[in-house]
Design a protein around this ligand. Structure first.
Ligand code: ADP
Ligand code: MG
Length: 267
């Protein structure tokens, strides 16, 4: 059967396994430039992410992880340095160009789900298509339903966020992040607000989407057990990349521990 999360990308070249997706060189981020409270948060970062990677971003609180994700996510512009995303030089784009590139390339999952409280799970998942197209086409609705099915929420499509558990809310947020077929999902502490069981389930879902569809993930986490289940761990300390590489064999754990079902999370 067809994989519901898979479909042709708006940017086929960026989907090619191993293609360069993110290239950061010398990225600096300064807040409150020229003011007494000026602060440089990122001190000249170099980072490359290839299509198909599943990477963790770790580091102490205040080390700049969210700032880096905001720059990567085109939510904030770097103060200096070069950023090439899916082959496009970000500094050359105007705000409309940034919005388009963000929409065509990236998906976001945050610590707090940021679902719209007055809308059903299905309406929340179709929202990116509604914003892009002005309407929800039958195709968009069908895709949203397939995605909710794939994240184990076929029975909860009509519920509002308040009628869902924290783990279910994050699964809706993941389905929404996948709606427009991103090449890269940026997840900022997506399990930070969940108990251990829900956290394992949400993380396992992202891992499964990666393994089945090839979507790249960069996941900020404080949980060393989750970082150990990523293929690559990037550690940020005080605005520098302190460590970057595959996790060592001694700390490594299988990417699908026996406690996780190999198929969809139970509903
Ligand atoms: P992390 O996500 O690793 O905890 P952040 O990227 O949120 O770190 O923050 C890194 C540093 O940047 C902190 O010192 C924080 O206070 C500062 N910072 C973040 N956002 C802003 C902002 N909009 N204005 C000023 N300082 C900020
Ligand atoms: Mg943060």
């Amino acid at each position: 059967t067809a994989n519901p999360t898979a479909s042709p990308s708006a940017n086929p070249s960026a989907r090619q396994m191993g293609a360069e997706l993110v290239q950061l060189s010398g990225i600096r981020k300064v807040y409150n430039a020229g003011q007494p409270n000026e602060i440089e948060v990122l001190h000249g970062l170099d980072l490359r992410i290839r299509q198909g990677e599943f990477a963790a971003l770790i580091g102490p609180s205040g080390s700049g992880k969210s700032t880096l994700l905001n720059v990567l996510g085109l939510l904030e512009r770097a103060s200096a340095g070069e950023y090439v995303l899916a082959g496009k030089a970000v500094s050359a784009l105007d705000d409309d160009g940034l919005t388009r590139l963000r929409r065509d390339t990236l998906g976001f999952v945050f610590q707090f789900h940021h679902l719209l409280p007055a809308f059903s799970a299905e309406e929340n998942v179709t929202m990116p298509a509604r914003v892009r197209d002005g309407v929800v086409t039958p195709q968009a609705r069908a895709r949203a339903r397939e995605l909710l099915d794939a994240v184990g929420l076929a029975h909860a499509m009509d519920r509002t966020p308040a009628q869902l558990s924290g783990g279910m809310q994050q699964r809706v947020a993941i389905a929404r992040a996948l709606m427009l077929q991103p090449a890269l999902v940026l997840a900022d502490e997506p399990t930070g607000n969940l108990d251990t069981a829900s956290s394992n389930e949400v993380f396992g879902l992202m891992r499964r989407i990666h393994d089945e569809v090839g979507t790249s993930f960069l996941v900020v986490t404080h949980d060393p057990r989750l970082a150990a289940r990523c293929d690559r761990v990037i550690e940020l300390v005080d605005g520098h990349i302190d460590r970057d590489g595959p996790i060592s064999a001694s700390t490594s754990m299988p990417s699908s521990p026996p406690s996780l079902p190999p198929s969809l999370p139970p509903s």
